[in-house]
Design a protein around this ligand. Structure first.
Ligand SMILES: NC(=O)c1ccc[n+]([C@@H]2O[C@H](COP(=O)([O-])OP(=O)(O)OC[C@H]3O[C@@H](n4cnc5c(N)ncnc54)[C@H](OP(=O)(O)O)[C@@H]3O)[C@@H](O)[C@H]2O)c1
Length: 360
């Protein structure tokens, strides 16, 4: 297998929290897991060919990607096993590997029951064929009634950190967050307080956050998640930069996609015909300026996120070598300040939990 070629994925960044240099674009391995359901909830992606998925992972590595993000529930272990196949072929120590726990309960009473969490970590390490994780994410913030399992999970994570089995802890941030919102009595305040409580309990080194061209814009007096992370020395992994594909496609001309019950998009209102029509209208100025080729649109989407957060890593999902090739070779020149201002002039959603529909 060829060694990673830094020329193909030129940008590298030191991720705060880890203090390690990684590729500015990381491989999001959720899609590669294929169709899946967990506890009756659709959590997968349709029509993923395992060999194309593996070839895509190999290609991502060849193009210089050094950060790979997976989870125990992505394809119910399938994504981790595919990544494990790659790790057996390359120098694992040059890579940052992240996985997650918190959604899979098996036959136990709760995903965060200490027995379950211990079992999931052992399975994850086995699937990946490694003795440690560079980042271990708390995938869910549901620790049972009255946070019943929280103290035990805290203790387990602390022990694993000391043992070096996990090198850093990760936590997901709310889609909408400003630290100032924590004072108040509405959903937004409760969500912010919940996040802050868990953040101060676990002291994660890394956060994941949804951010893309259509994410809310925050005021100068609001401490958004990027500023918050910086103030606390935490690194950020950005997800949904491509809007799960919607921001880089020509919308409205193709036949509507239909999804099986094993694809998480089957019940997602963002993929309804009505939402896609509205999205096409909002994105029309971008299509008019940049055209409709996937590469041109992916460049704008990726550059927007990379320039907004120069110390964060952008995760991209993909299902085959062609997709990851396009994403990693489209970057071109940075966006100018005028181009960024034009993007910010597109109607953006109000940053509130109830305005989820308008957000991608
Ligand atoms: N979303 C979350 O809640 C979440 C949470 C935690 C972590 N993550 C991480 O973030 C990673 C990224 O996933 P995401 O959900 O944020 O999605 P994303 O990267 O915004 O979109 C990925 C999807 O876009 C489509 N796509 C990618 N390249 C393309 C190309 N060149 N041409 C056409 N379509 C293309 C593919 O979908 P189709 O081919 O099916 O259209 C692909 O699965 C995940 O893999 C995971 O590691 C995500």
């Amino acid at each position: 297998m060829r060694k990673g070629n830094a020329m193909s994925c030129p940008q590298r960044r030191v991720l705060p929290g880890l203090d390690r240099e990684v590729s500015a674009i990381g491989a999001g391995c959720w899609t590669l897991g294929g169709p899946a359901r967990n506890n009756g909830v659709s959590i997968g992606w349709d029509d993923v060919d395992p060999e194309a998925a593996y070839a895509a992972l190999v290609h991502a590595h060849e193009l210089g990607i050094t950060l790979f993000d997976t989870a125990d529930v992505y394809g119910l272990g399938h994504s981790e096993r595919l990544l494990g196949r790659l790790l057996r072929q390359v120098d694992r120590n040059h890579l940052v590997i992240s996985s997650k726990v918190g959604y899979f309960a098996g036959t136990g009473p709760h995903p965060y029951h200490p027995r379950q969490v211990t079992h999931q970590l052992a399975t994850t390490l086995d699937n990946l064929g490694t003795d440690h994780l560079d980042i271990y994410f708390l995938h869910s913030d549901d620790f049972g009634e009255n946070d019943h399992y929280l103290p035990e999970v805290l203790e387990l994570f602390a022990r694993w950190r000391v043992q070096g089995v996990i090198r850093a802890v990760g936590m997901r941030a709310p889609h909408f967050f400003a630290e100032q919102w924590a004072v108040g009595d509405d959903d937004r305040a409760r969500q912010a307080r919940r996040f802050l409580r868990l953040f101060h309990a676990f002291r994660p080194e890394v956060l994941t956050v949804r951010y893309n061209l259509l994410s809310p814009l925050y005021g100068p007096d609001e401490t958004d998640i990027f500023t918050f992370a910086r103030q606390h020395g935490a690194g950020v992994l950005i997800k949904q930069v491509l809007g799960q594909g919607l921001l880089i496609r020509e919308l409205g001309t193709e036949r509507p996609q239909t999804f099986s019950v094993d694809d998480h998009r089957c019940g997602d209102p963002r993929f309804s015909q009505q939402a896609l029509r509205r999205l096409a209208e909002r994105l029309a100025p971008l299509r008019a300026r940049y055209g409709t080729s996937t590469a041109a649109l992916a460049r704008v989407a990726l550059r927007y996120a990379l320039q907004h957060a120069p110390d964060a890593v952008v995760l991209v999902g993909f299902r085959d070598p062609e997709q990851i090739h396009t994403t990693l070779t489209c970057l071109g020149v940075p966006l100018t300040d005028d181009e960024i201002a034009e993007i910010r002039a597109i109607p953006h959603p109000h940053p509130h939990p109830h305005s989820l529909e308008g957000d991608q």
